[in-house]
Structure formats: C-alpha cells, structure tokens
Write a protein that binds this ligand. Structure first.
Ligand code: FPP
Length: 268
C-alpha cells in the first residue's frame, strides 16, 4: 500500500470539498434531556443523523468519513448506557451492512476490539470483509478508540517489527502502523454539541486539519449543516506552516499544463 503524504512533510492536495471528514458526534444526551426522554433515545436519533450524514457525504463526493462512536473513556458511563450503545452498534451493523455494500461504501472499524462481545467482533469482521472491495466512500467507525491508544499501539508494533532502528525512528516509520493508515489525514473535523475540544480523537492525524465546531446537537445534524461546515472550510487558507506567497508559488508550479493549442495572436 502506497503511504499517504504527511501534512507535516508535504502540502497535500486541497480541494473545494474535503476528501476526508472526521466527526465527533456530541450532544445525543442533551438532545434527549431537552425532550424529557432517556439519554438512550438521543443515541437512537443519533443513528438517524449518521445515516443522513453518510448519504450527504456520498452526494458531496467525500471519499472518507470517520465517526467517533465510542471512546476508550466512554466505558466509564453508566453500565446501562454502555450496554445500550453496544446493542445499538450490533443492530446497526445487522441492519445496515447490506445497504452500505449496495451503495458502494467500505466499512472499517478502528479501536481496541478486545473488550467487545464476540457477536459484535464477528459482525465487524463480516461487515469489513463484505464491503472491502467498495471505493465510493470509506466509512470508519472509531469504537473503543483513543488517539493515545492508537499512537502507542503503532509505536509498539513499529519497535517489534524493526528493533534495530531504536533511537532513530521518524514519523514515516510510525505512520504505517496507525489504525487509519489506509486513509489520508482528515481535511475537516466537525464537533457538534458546542464543546471545543478534540477529546483524544485522532490526535496524530489532526495535525493540520481544519476544525469546525457547531452548537447543533448531533441528532440535529443533517446535509444542510454539513454544507455550512464545508462552506467554512472553503474559506480557510490551508498553509501547512508556509506563507501565503509560498502557497501561490506552489500552486503555480504544480498547475497542470494546458494541452489545448494556444490561440495565435493576430499580430504574431
Ligand atoms: C456523544 O453524545 C455520543 C456518543 C458517545 C455515542 C454516539 C453514538 C451514536 C451517534 C449512535 C450510534 C452510532 C453508530 C455508528 C452505531 P453524548 O451522549 O455525550 O451527549 P451529551 O454530551 O449531550 O451528554
């Protein structure tokens, strides 16, 4: 597999629409509480917003969508809520696996699966296997995922694989071992629910990502809300540590040369 370029080493291709969108889906509990419903009702509605967002990403031509569904720290929630989320995850995989496949979506799950029940582990395996050939959208669900866990599991695997380089590893050595080595770094990160933090999500991969925070609660997020975030993204100047002038120069030097015959000037 050819490694994706690193945003700290080279300027990646930047388009009008993010190639990779990463989302922290926050606010399910508050959405439910405001309606005098149990928190789990918010998670159920959150799944509707997931469906709408997947559809919207396909329509917008986004190639990678990564959703933070359950963090390593979420086990600390009330047992009843954790158990509901696991059941919802199982039900969602059972119900959506075929539909995702029919729509050309590849499903990947990142995170430590060892704490999941066998039924969930098996469903994840089946879904990943079934959808593996699909290329329209890669949907990654981060489940029992933590950014620090990811960096550490990658570092440990790297050292085991190539112990002779101890003391001389660089970022290109660790990158292939990260859980999402199959995807370019996210271009746009959205967090719903009004909080403005990364919460141990993709700490390595977000190095030069554009951040967008919205007060909308996750169950309220839809195609229109995605448009607002993309419109904000389009206005950003992504400099990757360079100056504006350097970016203009780089765009000029990498511009595709015009192959059409140039119109002859009248007085040539
Ligand atoms: C955060 O809201 C949300 C979660 C921890 C769970 C996210 C799960 C879903 C959106 C549904 C299932 C998704 C998949 C992919 C199966 P919160 O509970 O922290 O909300 P609060 O901040 O208002 O309490």
């Amino acid at each position: 597999m050819k490694p994706f370029s690193s945003s700290t080493q080279a300027i990646p291709q930047v388009g009008d629409v993010p190639q990779h969108l990463a989302i922290i889906m926050d606010g399910n509990g508050r959405w439910a509480r405001r309606r005098f419903l149990p928190r789990v009702a918010g998670h159920k509605r959150g799944l509707e917003a997931v469906r709408a967002t997947v559809r919207a990403c396909i329509e917008r031509g986004i190639s990678y969508l990564t959703l933070f569904a359950f963090s390593s720290e979420n086990w600390r929630r009330p047992e009843e809520e954790v158990s509901f989320l696991m059941t919802l995850f199982i039900a969602a995989l059972e119900a959506e696996m075929g539909k995702l496949h029919d729509n050309g979506v590849r499903l990947r799950v990142i995170g430590d699966r060892s704490r999941f029940e066998p039924r969930l582990i098996e469903l994840i395996r089946q879904s990943e296997e079934l959808t593996a050939p699909n290329t329209r959208l890669t949907l990654t669900i981060a489940a029992n995922y933590g950014g620090r866990w990811d960096v550490m599991q990658a570092a440990n695997r790297m050292v085991c694989q190539d112990p002779g380089k101890l003391g001389h590893y660089d970022e290109t050595d660790v990158a292939p071992y990260l859980a999402m080595a199959y995807a370019p770094e996210p271009d746009l990160f959205i967090r719903t629910g009004g909080e403005q933090r990364i919460s141990n999500f993709l700490i390595w991969q977000l190095a030069y990502c554009e951040l967008f925070f919205t007060e909308l609660l996750w169950p309220e997020f839809d195609a229109e809300a995605l448009e607002v975030a993309i419109a904000s993204y389009r206005k950003r100047e992504r400099r990757f540590g360079r100056t504006s002038e350097q970016l203009v120069e780089q765009r000029r030097s990498t511009a595709v040369p015009c192959t059409e015959p140039v119109a002859q000037s009248q007085d040539a």
